[in-house]
Ligand binder design. Structure first.
Ligand code: SF4
Ligand code: SF4
Length: 350
C-alpha cells in the first residue's frame, strides 16, 4: 500500500477535536498505561506518532481508533497534556468522515454553523409539512409513523451500507489482508456480540458502570425503535405495549440525562472535552426519550389534540435525529465500532 504523508494532517485533525499533537515528546507513558498495548502493538502512541507525522494512509487503514474504548487513562498520565485519548476520539470522527461517501459527515463535524443550519432546515421542513397538512393531527401522525420506517430503510441502504463497504475496503481489502470467505461467516458473531452487548467498554477496570449504562441505553433505544415503528406505540390501545414504550423512553431519558450531567460537570476524563457532535448526540437522544414519553402521556390523557405542538416538537427531534445524527453524526460510531471488532477478528483469524 502506498504511504501518503500529509504534513498538515495534525492541523486538520484539530478541526475534529484533537489538541496540540506537537506537544507529544514520545515518552511512552500513554502506551505503558493503556491496557490494549502489547509488545507488538503500541496503543495509543502509534496513532499519536502517525498523526504528528501525517501518515494519513496508515491511519485510514487502521482499526485501532475504533478498538480504543476511551477510558481516558492515557490522557490522565500524559505529562504534556497532549490528550492522546481525545486524539483517538478525533481520529474516530475523522475516519467517520473518510468512510462517509457524501462528504456531509466531515462538513458537519468541522462546522458548527453548518450543523445548526441543517437542524434549522429540518425544523422548517416539519413546519412546512404541518402547514401543508393544515395541522391535521391524524395525517401528520400517520406521516410520522411511516417516516420512521422509510428513514430506517433509506438511511441504511443509501448511506450506512455504502459507508460500511468503504470501511471494509479501506481497512481489509486495500491493505491486502487475506481473509478466507468462511471467516466472514464464522466471525460474524463478533459483530453481533459487540453490537448488542457493547462488551468492549468492559475492557477498562473501572468501566463496569459505564458499560452497564451503555448497555441499557442500547437496549432501551433499539427496543423503543421497535415499539414505535413496528408496534405503533402512539396508535395502539394495547396496555402492555403502552407500558413497554413508557419504560423504554424513560430509560433513554434517564441514562442520557446522566451522560449530559457528566459532560456538564466534566466529572470524568472522557467527559472533559465535548465536541459539538457529542452534545448533539446526547441531547437529541435525551429529547427523543423525553418527548416520546410526553406525547404518549398526552395521548393517554386526551390532551394531545389541543396541544398538537408537542407532537410537532417530537417529530422535529425525530427527523433531525434520523436525517442528521444517525447517518452523519456520532450515532455511526456505534455501528463502526461493532464492524471494527468484526474486521479485526477477520484479520486475526487469517
Ligand atoms: S504520554 Fe503524552 S507525551 Fe508521552 S508519548 Fe503519550 S501522548 Fe506523547
Ligand atoms: S483512552 Fe484508554 S483504551 Fe483508549 S488509547 Fe487511551 S488508555 Fe488506551
Amino acid at each position: 500500500m502506498a504511504t501518503t504523508i500529509n504534513p498538515k494532517f495534525s492541523k486538520k485533525l484539530t478541526d475534529y477535536g484533537a489538541f496540540d499533537l506537537n506537544a507529544c515528546y514520545n515518552c511512552g507513558n500513554c502506551t505503558a498505561v493503556c491496557s490494549l498495548s502489547t509488545e507488538d502493538d503500541s496503543f495509543p502512541r502509534e496513532m499519536v506518532r502517525y498523526s504528528v507525522i501525517g501518515l494519513e494512509s496508515e491511519i485510514e487503514s487502521s482499526l485501532k481508533p475504533w478498538l480504543c474504548y476511551y477510558c481516558g487513562e492515557c490522557s490522565e498520565t500524559c505529562p504534556r497534556e497532549a490528550n492522546p485519548g481525545e486524539l483517538m476520539m478525533s481520529l474516530r470522527r475523522w475516519l467517520t468522515a473518510k468512510y462517509e461517501w457524501t462528504g456531509l459527515s466531515g462538513l458537519l463535524y468541522r462546522s458548527l454553523p453548518i450543523s445548526i443550519a441543517f437542524f434549522v432546515l429540518v425544523l422548517a421542513g416539519v413546519i412546512a409539512l404541518a402547514f401543508y397538512e393544515k395541522f391535521d393531527a391524524e395525517k401528520i401522525m400517520h406521516f410520522g409513523h411511516y417516516f420512521e420506517m422509510f428513514a430506517i430503510a433509506g438511511v441504511f441502504t443509501f448511506i450506512l451500507l455504502p459507508n460500511i463497504i468503504r470501511m471494509w475496503w479501506l481497512t481489509v481489502i486495500k491493505p491486502k489482508h487475506k481473509v478466507k470467505f468462511s471467516s466472514y461467516i464464522t466471525q460474524f458473531w463478533e459483530f453481533l456480540v459487540h453490537m448488542f452487548t457493547q462488551k468492549r467498554a468492559l475492557g477498562c477496570d473501572d468501566n463496569q458502570v459505564r458499560w452497564f449504562e451503555h448497555l441499557i441505553l442500547v437496549i432501551g433505544y433499539l427496543s423503543l425503535l421497535f415499539t414505535t415503528v413496528f408496534l405503533d406505540w402512539f396508535g395502539t390501545d394495547n396496555m402492555a405495549i403502552i407500558v413497554l414504550g413508557y419504560v423504554e423512553s424513560a430509560v433513554i431519558f434517564i441514562v442520557t440525562f446522566l451522560f449530559m450531567s457528566e459532560r456538564m460537570t466534566k466529572s470524568k476524563e472522557l467527559s472533559k472535552h465535548s465536541h459539538p457532535s457529542d452534545w448533539f448526540f446526547v441531547i437529541w437522544l435525551f429529547l427523543m426519550g423525553l418527548s416520546a414519553f410526553a406525547v404518549r402521556i398526552f395521548i393517554d390523557t386526551d390532551l394531545l389534540t389541543n396541544n398538537f405542538w408537542l407532537y410537532l416538537a417530537h417529530l422535529t427531534i425525530l427527523v433531525q435525529w434520523a436525517l442528521i445524527i444517525v447517518p452523519f453524526g456520532k450515532w455511526t460510531h456505534f455501528l463502526y465500532r461493532s464492524f471494527a471488532m468484526y474486521f479485526d477478528a477477520l484479520k486475526k483469524a487469517n
